[in-house]
Design a protein around this ligand. Structure first.
Ligand code: HEM
Ligand SMILES: CC(C)=CCC/C(C)=C/CC/C(C)=C/COP(=O)(O)OP(=O)(O)O
Length: 312
């Protein structure tokens, strides 16, 4: 554990007190809030795959291993981005940027989590779930963070594939296999991610500009961003309805997807109109879409699970 950040002297003549990283700092490296939704899509996918109770032991194993894998991805993201994270207000306090946790210690922690996750899934779930989890980790760390994030505004669309793996992990943990419906879950998150992220990016674009990260609103401005958000919201809603026609889900899911999707389109449209009318992006129109995007995904996946467990 490192002791390389010092607290300010507590009084004249008193020694500087070294600050030790605690378990809370290590926890912060794993991006727990983001993981909560990633795990939600994993666990609900398990219910969808099982069309019933997937088993307590499997739920516990996949929750712990899923957290460890996504957490490990967050750790490596914070190691790689520690230079730019330090320059943005939102991320400056991250333990890898402030120096509270050294790169070496963070790398050991992140590697241990990833190995632990892979072994747990392989032994107690299924090998395919372990591979899917590793694929999500590599897409986030290598494709998104190392390769695309600092190079192209397509970073979110392509790199966003990382966040689509959790339902595949859950599905493969239950069935040992992946079917077309599981890939639909992947695709729904794939098209949802730009809506989620660009709504937020509109509000924090100046920070990204400062550090030279080419997010869409920085490179092409607010108008193209809201147009793209609208397009991706339409793709998401259309895709979310398709499993109904494949008869993978029934009326309960259909109604839910329709209502939830309608609200996603309505909020995207409101943001689109606001920006196209020549107004500056205001928090009061962008925040509701950003927050709703997360509720949308969480409820859509619950609807899928409830439909397949209780009705399907
Ligand atoms: C390339 C893909 C993605 C990018 C670039 C992205 C980016 C972000 C950023 C920058 C934040 C703000 C976090 C903060 O304030 O520290 C955020 C919040 C969040 N994201 Fe994403 N996200 C992506 C995909 C996902 C996915 C796939 C999920 C889950 C399925 C997700 C769930 C969340 C949640 C739950 C929050 C709220 C966290 C909080 O309140 O602190 N994100 N996202
Ligand atoms: C199955 C598996 C292991 C999946 C992992 C997927 C994963 C961790 C997705 C997280 C998406 C996310 C938080 C992106 C933000 O990165 P950013 O670097 O743009 O945001 P930041 O500026 O807050 O660091």
């Amino acid at each position: 554990m490192t002791v390389d950040r010092m607290t300010p002297p507590s009084g004249v003549g008193q020694p500087v007190r070294p600050v030790r990283a605690t378990w809370r700092d290590y926890l912060a490296l794993t991006k727990p809030k983001v993981i909560s939704l990633l795990l939600w899509t994993t666990l609900t996918a398990m219910f969808m795959a099982a069309r019933g109770w997937p088993g307590l032991w499997l739920l516990i194993v996949v929750s712990l291993a899923g957290y460890a894998s996504a957490g490990s991805a967050g750790v490596f993201n914070m190691i790689i981005d520690r230079d730019i994270d330090l320059k943005m207000k939102r991320t400056a306090g991250r333990p890898t940027s402030s120096g509270l946790i050294s790169t070496r210690d963070a790398a050991i922690f992140g590697s241990a989590l990833q190995v632990l996750s892979f072994v747990m899934l392989w032994v107690w779930a299924t090998p395919l779930s372990a591979w899917m989890s590793l694929a999500g980790f590599l897409t986030y760390v290598v494709v998104y963070t190392l390769w695309l994030k600092r190079h192209t505004w397509h970073n979110i669309v392509l790199g966003g594939a990382a966040g689509c793996f959790p339902p595949l992990v859950g599905w493969a943990a239950v069935t040992g296999d992946l079917n077309l419906f599981a890939w639909f879950l992947f695709a729904i998150i794939f098209f949802w991610t730009p809506v989620h992220f660009w709504a937020l990016a509109l509000m924090i674009k100046e920070e990204y500009r400062q550090v030279g990260v080419p997010m869409l609103p920085v490179v092409h401005g607010d108008r193209l961003t809201v147009a793209q958000i609208g397009l991706y919201a339409i793709y998401t809603v259309v895709l979310s309805l398709m499993p109904v026609f494949l008869q993978e889900v029934g009326w309960l899911y259909f109604l839910s997807a329709l209502i939830l999707g309608g609200l996603l389109l309505q909020r995207s449209w409101k943001l689109y109109r606001h920006v196209m009318a020549g107004h500056q992006v205001e928090r009061r129109v962008a925040v509701p879409l950003y927050l709703y995007s997360m509720l949308y995904l969480a409820l859509l996946f619950v609807a899928g699970a409830v439909d397949r467990v209780l009705i399907g």
